[in-house]
Write a protein that binds this ligand. Structure first.
Ligand SMILES: Nc1ncnc2c1ncn2[C@@H]1O[C@H](COP(=O)(O)OP(=O)(O)OP(=O)(O)O)[C@@H](O)[C@H]1O
Ligand SMILES: NC(=O)c1ccc[n+]([C@@H]2O[C@H](COP(=O)(O)O)[C@@H](O)[C@H]2O)c1
Ligand SMILES: [Zn+2]
Length: 329
């Protein structure tokens, strides 16, 4: 049995910690905040744990990693980018990666050899089937026209914001129904504190060093887009053979200014897998096994994708961002 002094002590600790409830449930241990709902009795029980059992609040910023690209086809290296980025961000102690999103570019990008988005999407879905945190999103490639990457980042940031507000309003509706009975209940305080301490997850662009270097190509990216990507979102960039990301950051005035928004991640286990090389191997009838997931190999075989004809798709057509930006400049 606890005496009255112990009760007071625990409640004071609760106040000092700015309402961060020291939850012992598995949701709390994993840092999950989204749809957490404690019963009043559970909340009371948790608050009565002895001080030595109180866990430190998790104040790491939640991050969603968004990788855009052709994924023509997806390779194991695309999946590795996510693992490398997550390990790196977690090691800083400042971030908690809650989700990875693969967003294949739409057909309107008009890159040479780009096969239909429906196939690229299907292969990405197969490749991520075994991941419990990387998902594929079809929003970008289901748009009629190619869209700037900054718009894709904005879309996903907005989606998170909407999810956040609908979470809170669900709770308000739930609370309204019981307003009189529970207005000052322990549960209400718990809910409010959890909501207040919640900071919106941050979407960050995940890319390889070659994509970072592409930011400097004339007419490919608009300056204002690059500035918004860096200042509002940030980039996690994985080193890639043939690219020198740190030198590129040094040589670019914009990237240098925002270098604090760029996380450069070294891939020590280097390999040179690229979709171009996968397509080349397929055209030559060579094996691509272990370079892409087995399910993707099977999909490519079943649908007879990637041959000389498919490599000629969009041949002679200007890449959409180049066409768009040179028209406007
Ligand atoms: N081996 C790799 N190392 C680092 N980044 C990579 C690697 N392969 C792909 N990426 C990154 O993945 C993202 C999507 O790339 P993309 O779909 O163009 O693949 P790719 O292998 O570069 O294909 P392609 O050869 O057709 O250009 C880009 O940010 C790209 O830099
Ligand atoms: N201005 C821009 O927003 C811009 C320009 C060029 C490429 N991109 C994007 O970068 C990615 C590049 O993919 P690839 O490396 O497969 O060509 C694509 O998702 C494409 O949409 C964006
Ligand atoms: Zn590429």
């Amino acid at each position: 049995m606890r005496n009255i002094k112990e009760w007071g002590f625990c409640l004071n600790i609760w106040k000092i910690r700015k309402c961060t409830i020291p939850l012992k449930s598995s949701a709390a241990r994993t840092g999950f905040k989204g749809k957490l709902h404690l019963s009043s009795s559970e909340a009371v029980q948790q608050s009565l744990l002895p001080p030595q059992n109180m866990e430190k609040s998790d104040d790491r910023r939640e991050v969603v990693l968004l990788a855009t690209g052709s994924f023509n086809p997806i390779t194991v290296m695309h999946l590795r980018l996510f693992e490398l980025a997550r390990d790196y961000l977690h090691e800083t102690g400042k971030y908690k990666v809650i989700k990875g999103i693969i967003s294949p570019v739409g057909d309107g990008y008009k890159k040479k050899g780009l096969i239909e988005a429906s196939h690229r999407l299907a292969m990405a879905n197969l490749a991520t089937k075994n991941s419990n945190w990387i998902e594929v999103d079809s929003w970008e490639c289901s748009q009629k026209e190619w869209m700037e990457t900054v718009l894709v980042l904005r879309h996903h940031q907005q989606k998170l914001a909407n999810a956040n507000t609908s979470d809170s309003s669900e709770k308000v509706v739930h609370k309204k129904g019981h307003k009189r009975k529970r207005e000052n209940s322990y549960q209400d305080k718990t809910d409010r504190c959890l909501q207040e301490s919640k900071v919106m997850p941050q979407v960050k662009l995940l890319c390889g060093a070659d994509m970072l270097e592409s930011l400097g190509k004339p007419n490919l990216w608009k300056n204002e887009d690059v500035i918004e990507i860096l200042s509002s979102f940030g980039i996690v960039c994985i080193t890639r053979l043939g690219s020198n990301a740190s030198n590129f950051i040094y040589e670019s005035d914009i990237l240098w200014k925002y270098k604090h928004m760029i996380h450069l991640v070294e891939e020590w286990i280097t390999n040179d897998i690229s979709s171009t090389k996968i397509r080349r191997a397929l055209r030559r009838g060579m094996s691509i096994r272990y370079l892409v997931p087995d399910s993707v190999v099977e999909y490519i075989e079943n649908h007879e994708l990637y041959n000389e004809r498919s490599e000629e798709r969009n041949s002679g057509i200007i890449l959409e961002p180049l066409a768009r930006n040179s028209k406007n400049s």
